[in-house]
Write a protein that binds this ligand. Structure first.
Ligand SMILES: Nc1ncnc2c1ncn2[C@@H]1O[C@H](COP(=O)(O)OP(=O)(O)OP(=O)(O)O)[C@@H](O)[C@H]1O
Ligand SMILES: Nc1nc2c(c(=O)[nH]1)N=C(CO)CN2
Length: 160
């Protein structure tokens, strides 16, 4: 059964534009993923207290025949192939791919939490997510409300 999934992707190490392009290419190399919609690219202030370079962030919507765990696994393969190293919690990374929403399903396991628990605290997730959200999505009104009410006032600006 095909499901609509929404991902958040961030990068602040190396060639950030190339990292995004490579991540999207790898994402769609899995034939279970179709109908990709990509948000504008935003440059964003690092959130979370670690001093580090600015991020590029995007969100994507896609149809997938993967289960949430299979999708997570595919995202981790992409992170590995882009040589992501996990050094500091909330620290710099070549690429980070998170599942934000998966249809209207809820997951609460050690390895996978959907909706992503931090989304409401991250303008860099909410704004691009709204950009790719389908108008008929059951989530749209909720995401608009989260964006209006978020206490995250770090800057984000679309890249020209
Ligand atoms: N919705 C989700 N999407 C991606 N990973 C998730 C999700 N929920 C839980 N995880 C788990 O989070 C781990 C990733 O941790 P990671 O080091 O990327 O955290 P982080 O990027 O520093 O922080 P954050 O997850 O808040 O962005 C993965 O191993 C995965 O099992
Ligand atoms: N602006 C921005 N800040 C972050 C980001 C990110 O993608 N963008 N990712 C983090 C770890 O998940 C921590 N802080």
């Amino acid at each position: 059964m095909t499901k609509r999934a929404y991902l958040s992707i961030g990068t602040n190490l190396g060639d950030r534009f190339d990292n995004l392009a490579r991540a999207l290419d790898l994402l769609m190399r899995n034939p279970a993923n179709q109908n990709l919609k990509v948000s504008p690219i935003y440059e964003t202030e690092p959130v979370g207290g670690v001093k580090q370079d600015d991020f590029l962030n995007i969100a994507v919507a896609l149809d997938t025949n993967l289960t949430p765990l299979e999708l997570l696994h595919w995202l981790q393969i992409i992170e590995k192939s882009l040589h992501r190293r996990r050094l500091i919690h909330w620290g710099p990374r070549t690429i980070d791919l998170d599942i934000v929403l998966y249809e209207d399903e809820k997951w609460q396991t050690a390895n996978l939490k959907i909706p992503h628990p931090e989304m409401g605290n991250r303008r860099f997730v909410l704004q691009p997510l709204l950009d790719v959200m389908d108008d008929d999505s059951v989530h749209q009104a909720w995401i608009k409300r989260l964006l209006q009410n978020t206490t995250d006032h770090n800057w984000i600006r679309p890249v020209e």
